[in-house]
Each structure stands twice: as C-alpha cells, then as structure tokens.
Ligand binder design. Structure first.
Ligand SMILES: Nc1nc2c(ncn2[C@@H]2O[C@H](COP(=O)(O)OP(=O)(O)OP(=O)(O)O)[C@@H](O)[C@H]2O)c(=O)[nH]1
Ligand SMILES: [Mg+2]
Length: 477
C-alpha cells in the first residue's frame, strides 16, 4: 500500500474547454480540502461532485495569522468542480479526487503547485494504473490494455484492447493455470511421501491437461501475427522499377498528392510512409525509390533503403508497367525479395495505356515465371481503375490472419514471449512424464510452467518488469 498522495494532470497538455487533475492516496480529501472553498470534502459522499473555488493560501493564512482567511491574503486560482471518490470503488482503489478546471495549461500548473505545497507529490508515469494493479483492482494484462486503449487509433485496436481490459487473455489461461496448480500440489505431496512410493497425481490426467494447455497456448501465440497487424499496422512496401507508377499509386490510395510524381525516372529517392485505414485496419504504405542500378549516390542509397523496407514489410506490392516488353528484371527482383512470410501482390500498372490483350499477356508472363502464390491486379492509378480491388486485397490479408475459433488476440510482445516460454515449459513437463524423471524434477518443471503462465496476469512478476511496463504510460494515467 502506498501512503503518499499523488497528483497529475489527467487530460492532454494544452488548451481545452476543461482540464482534469487527478489526486489519489490516503490524504486526497484532506489535501484538496485545504485548497477548496465550497464544501467540506471530508464529509462528502463517495461519487459526488461539488462546485467551488481552488484557492491558494487558505490553511497557511489560518495557521500563521491565526485568523479567518480574507480575500486579500488568499488567491483564488479557478472556479472548479470537484469529484469525490472513496476507496475502494475507485480507479486506483484508493481515496481519489478529480478537479475539473477551465482548461488552461497555466491554471493546471498553478493547481498542481498548490496541491504539492499542501502535501501531494507529482505522480510518475503510469503510477495511477500501477496503484490499481498493486491494490489488486486489475491484473497486469488489464493494466497494459489501458495503455493500449489510450494509444488505439482505429476500430480493431480499440476492440482488442477493450477485450483485454475485460480480462480476455487472463480468462483464457487462468482456469488452466488453476488446474495445473492442483497438480503441482499433488506432485509436491508425493514428495512428502517419497518413502512410500505413492502417486497422488494421475499422470494421464496431467497429460490431458497439458495437451489442453498446449492447444490453447498455440492458438494464442498464433493470434500474435494478427495482433501485431492491429497494433502496429500492416507494412506495405510499394516496389518497382523507376517510373512504374509507385508514387502515383500511393497518392491514389491516399486520395491526396502526397508524393512527387514525374515522368523522370528516379523521382522518389527517400522512402515515404503514410498510414491508410481500410475497413478499420491500419496499413503503413511505404513508397520507395525505383529499383535500378544507378551511379547517382543518393538514388543508390534510396534503392538500398527500399530493399530494407521490404525486409520488414508484411506485404509487397510490386508494380510493373504493363507497356513493358521485357519483365525479366522485374521477375528476378521479385524472386530475390520474396520470403515465406511476405504476401505478394503484383500490379500491372498504367493499363489505360495498353489494350486488354496486352495486360492479360503480362499476367501470363508473371504466372509462368513466379511460383509463389500471389495476387495479380491490373490498375490505372491515373484513372483510378481497380484501386479498390487492391484495397480489398490488403484488407483481406488482415482478415485472414484473424483466427476463427479464438476471439482473444495477443497484441503485446511481453505476453507473446511469456506464452512462448510457457509452451516450452509445458513441453518439458510432458517430456518429464514420458521419461519418468524423478518427482522432484517433475515438480520443478511444473512450477516453471506455472510461473510463466502467471507472468501474463502479473501473478508472478518482478520490479524490473513492472517498472518497464508502467514507465511507458503517460503521466496522469
Ligand atoms: N497513363 C498513366 N500514367 C501513369 C500511371 N501511373 C503513373 N503514371 C505516370 O508515370 C510517370 C511516373 O510516375 P511515378 O508515380 O512518378 O512513378 P514512380 O514509380 O514513383 O517513379 P520513381 O519515383 O522515379 O521510381 C508519371 O508521369 C505518371 O503520371 C497510370 O496509371 N497511367
Ligand atoms: Mg516515385
């Protein structure tokens, strides 16, 4: 339990109609009472809101001059509404107060100053949420989901974060963890009766449980690819020879003149990244320098960067000018860039300039030369033809990542790693049963599995992990 009382601005730092300062801790009411004129907050009911003024100097004047404060020696800072929340039904599970003031950064600063003068201290990043966790109101994965909710920028990331806040991932594994815990107790009991060679823990039932856990872990781990797409957006590298129409396509997708377009080969040199939302999913579109051997030093750097972007991309959109006669370089390039986990979409561009027979032929050439599974789309970025098809193809990539049977999605690297370690630990336990190792070692492996499973919800944790998680929050959360 923390005994000090913390305060921070909870709303964004800047001008707004209203700003909110949050105070949490044992002395919340006492401290705010010293600077609030309107009502005695120590007597106020929980979850009530009160009108009044924040003043500086109320208590000090009383103490030093031994007289009632007057309007002269007391400065009124702002007209406010103060909300009172009594423990334990509060965000932090501690006594808390929220002051709604006129949203000026200067007023915020002054109110925080008087709060600190009267015994509160500035909260550290994420400290309110950390207290909610420490006081057992939420588990660790829920605390993390709060940061995700605040950071969510589209429908899918909002939904996944909200599901996690409701306890999604913890619910998925806590039952299994409890069952496993029972087995650990039984196996440890066997240790107490080592002399008698008894077996309390039914090994085949344990095996069944481990299978169940393994299946669950597998499907959660698998969901991370989708989770990552939701959280970080899907990276789409737009690649092709100079003048293929990459920048024109970027502009057409974004519906704005973002990148310079010209008929001079080598127009784009640096990479240009923009976010595009399609059906609630975020895509990071990356326009790149046209690929070619070049003596121009700067362009060569651009070409190198383009290739690096493909290495970290989820989708490669390769553009080939439909009017070209020879595609051998394009084909070679695609082959050198492809890897198993990269989705390939080949676009024949500028189809407004050629006959349908020509671009049909282009598709056949690519189909006969490239063995990878790929989608082929014929587009004209200038005339906006089939751009929607490309958008549909992009969004279907994300849709396909969504697991059918699992609606809990892993978006967090820490969870992903803990799940991986749990899976390893579980397979070690299974191995231990098969090889009939000593009960001591079996108990050890079981404990290990339990520990990793507990890392996600924070049942098992250490200060370093906690510090790392909460330091990423904003102050005031
Ligand atoms: N007719 C027609 N012209 C196009 C189309 N797309 C691009 N162009 C033209 O092709 C030329 C090159 O377009 P860009 O978009 O600059 O090509 P890029 O691939 O970005 O080229 P670099 O940046 O040099 O690698 C410009 O003159 C565009 O107007 C299209 O769909 N139809
Ligand atoms: Mg360009």
């Amino acid at each position: 339990m923390n005994h000090d009382t913390i305060c921070a601005l909870a709303t964004a730092n800047g001008i707004g109609a209203i700003g909110i300062i949050r105070i949490s801790g044992e002395q919340s009411f006492e401290i705010v009472n010293k600077i609030f004129q309107g009502k005695n907050l120590e007597k106020a009911d929980s979850h009530t809101i009160h009108y009044g003024f924040i003043v500086d100097g109320k208590i000090q004047d009383l103490v030093t001059d031994n007289q009632q404060p007057t309007t002269d020696n007391q400065e009124t800072i702002d007209e406010v509404m103060v909300s009172v929340f009594r423990a334990p039904k509060t965000f932090t599970a501690e006594d808390s107060v929220e002051i709604s003031f006129h949203g000026s950064p200067h007023i915020a600063k002054k109110i925080l100053e008087v709060l600190i003068k009267n015994g509160a201290r500035m909260a550290k990043a994420g400290e309110f949420t950390m207290r909610a966790f420490m006081n057992g109101r939420i588990d660790l994965s829920q605390a993390e989901s709060i940061a995700d909710l605040i950071a969510s920028e589209n429908e899918s990331s909002r939904k996944v974060a909200l599901n996690q806040l409701k306890g999604g991932i913890t619910n998925e594994i806590s039952f299994l963890r409890t069952d496993l815990l029972n087995f650990v107790s039984l196996v440890e009991l066997e240790l107490d009766f080592a002399e008698e060679d008894v077996e309390f823990a039914d090994r085949s039932a344990l095996n069944q449980l481990l299978d169940k856990i393994e299946t669950k872990l597998d499907s959660l781990i698998e969901s991370f690819q989708y989770g990552n797409a939701i959280k970080n957006g899907t990276a789409v590298a737009i690649i092709g020879k100079p003048n293929a129409g990459k920048s024109t396509l970027l502009n057409a997708l974004l519906k704005e003149e973002r990148a310079i377009v010209s008929n001079i080969a080598g127009t784009t040199r640096d990479t240009i990244e923009e976010i595009l939302h399609i059906k609630g999913h975020a895509f990071r579109l990356i326009d790149t320098a046209g690929l070619r051997d070049t003596v121009d030093e700067i362009e060569a750097i651009g070409v190198k960067k383009a290739k690096e972007k493909v290495e970290n991309a989820n989708i490669l959109v390769y553009l080939a000018d439909a009017a070209t006669e020879d595609f051998s370089e394009d084909i070679e390039m695609i082959k050198s860039l492809m890897r198993d986990d990269l989705k390939l979409i080949i676009c024949a561009t500028k189809i407004d300039e050629v006959s349908p027979a020509t671009y049909e032929k282009v598709e056949n050439i690519f189909r006969s030369e490239i063995s990878d599974d790929f989608d082929f789309i014929k587009i004209s970025a200038v005339e906006n033809q089939n751009i929607q098809d490309l958008k549909n193809e992009l969004s279907s990539y994300v849709e396909q990542l969504k697991s059918q049977e699992n609606n809990v999605v892993i978006t967090n690297q820490r969870h992903f790693e803990a799940l991986g370690k749990s899976l390893d630990a579980v397979s070690k336990v299974k191995e231990a049963i098969v090889t009939q190792i000593s009960t001591e070692l079996l108990a050890y492996e079981l404990r290990n599995a339990l520990e990793h499973l507990g890392e996600i919800s924070g049942e098992v944790t250490n200060d370093e992990v906690l510090g790392n998680i909460f330091s990423k929050f904003c102050i005031g959360k």
